[in-house]
Design a protein around this ligand. Structure first.
Ligand code: PMP
Length: 350
């Protein structure tokens, strides 16, 4: 397929002269730096961070098997979602974005913030994108299609072959949000990067890597796309502290694996326990670190759990997931407490 990001850019981005950082022309770290109006006295943080996060990308490149110049890092993947929309979508009803609902609401929020038309399509009853409806809804001004897989809040994964089929037929960008991919048995769309120039894969260090507080999202795409997004991103969007801590945590693969495996074991244990309870009409299998349940007493159960010291997420979105509650998989001890509270409630109500 012939695709170039340059053909779908907003005109103001196509002609953008990006901000040039003071140190863009100098690569070393042994000079006297009088170029950036920094304070010369060492506080540990008196220098601006590396705007291209080179050391961190080197490490991510090894872990993910993606070339360093095909990576963009954001202040959480939420920032990257916004940067992509701002780069290609003309506002005020000209271009549009397609999302599938119910789903991760940040795509919709970012579209609204940028005044970009949103075309939302309901998932099918098996919680898959409705590709027939997609054919009717998407048009030549559809600049981005967001696919969330594994899906938040339902937990299903979209088969890679379906994503591939979409990439080959759409003339816009396909943004595959894989925030929960480390918990999934479905393969990553990173494998499509070499074949489809219009695919962008988003992942995050907030979930399986346990760094939600650091705010680090990852974007993998063609060199051409990454160089455009680099122009649009704020120059120093990842602090030096964040870069340093993330780099050190990314070196501890063993702890990452152990904790991830524990979460996966606990997810399956929770699934079994929740399915024993008659208060739930549905308990969905999940490829993420959460489980969606549905119940006729959603509000009451939510309050009961809060009163018992456990906060879950209400996702009561009719018709597909009316009465929905999304439960994050906790530590074994936290899950024990949850099961205990729910069992009491279930015995009382059931
Ligand atoms: N995508 C999905 C599907 C998510 O569920 C989340 C976080 N809840 C994000 C993206 C945002 O992740 P980050 O912390 O990297 O901004």
């Amino acid at each position: 397929m012939k695709f170039s990001i340059n053909d779908i850019l907003r005109p103001n981005i196509a002609s953008l002269a990006p901000y040039s950082c003071a140190r863009d022309e100098y690569d070393g770290d042994d000079a006297i730096f009088l170029d950036a109006n920094e304070n010369p006295y060492d506080t540990g943080y008196n220098r601006y961070p590396d705007p291209m996060q080179r050391l961190l990308k080197k490490r991510i490149s090894v872990i993910k098997g993606v070339a360093e110049d095909m990576i963009l890092l954001g202040n959480g993947s939420d920032e990257i979602i916004d940067i992509i929309i701002r780069s290609v979508c003309r506002p005020s009803g000209i271009d549009n974005i397609v999302t599938f609902i119910p789903g991760y609401s940040m795509y919709d929020v970012s579209a609204h913030i940028n005044d970009v038309e949103l075309r939302s399509i309901s998932l099918t009853t098996s919680f898959m994108p409705d590709w027939e409806e997609y054919e009717r809804v998407a048009n030549e001004n559809t600049k981005i299609t967001f696919i969330c897989t594994p899906h938040n809040p339902i937990g299903v994964a979209v088969p890679l072959v379906d994503i591939e089929a979409l990439c080959s037929k759409t003339r816009g960008l396909v943004v595959v949000d894989e925030a929960y991919i480390d918990f999934s048995s479905e393969g990553t769309a990173v494998s499509l990067l070499d074949k489809y120039p219009n695919v962008i894969v988003l992942q995050t260090l907030s979930k399986a890597w346990g760094m939600a507080g650091l705010r680090l999202g990852m974007c993998f795409a063609s060199r051409e796309i990454i160089s455009v997004l680099n122009k649009v991103k704020p120059p120093y969007n990842i602090s030096s502290q964040t870069q340093k801590i993330a780099l050190s945590l990314l070196c501890d693969v063993e702890t990452f694996q152990e904790r991830k495996n524990e979460i996966l074991r606990e997810r399956e244990r929770l699934l079994v326990e929740l399915r024993k309870m008659s208060i739930f009409t549905h308990v969905y299998a999940s490829q993420g670190n959460f489980i969606l349940v549905r119940t006729a007493c959603c509000d009451e159960l939510y309050r009961y759990l809060v009163d018992g010291g456990i906060v879950v997420r209400k996702r009561d979105i009719p018709p597909l997931i009316g009465g929905g509650i999304r439960i994050t998989v906790g530590t074994p001890q936290e899950n024990d407490l949850l099961i205990d509270l729910l069992t009491k409630y279930n015995t009382h109500i059931g």
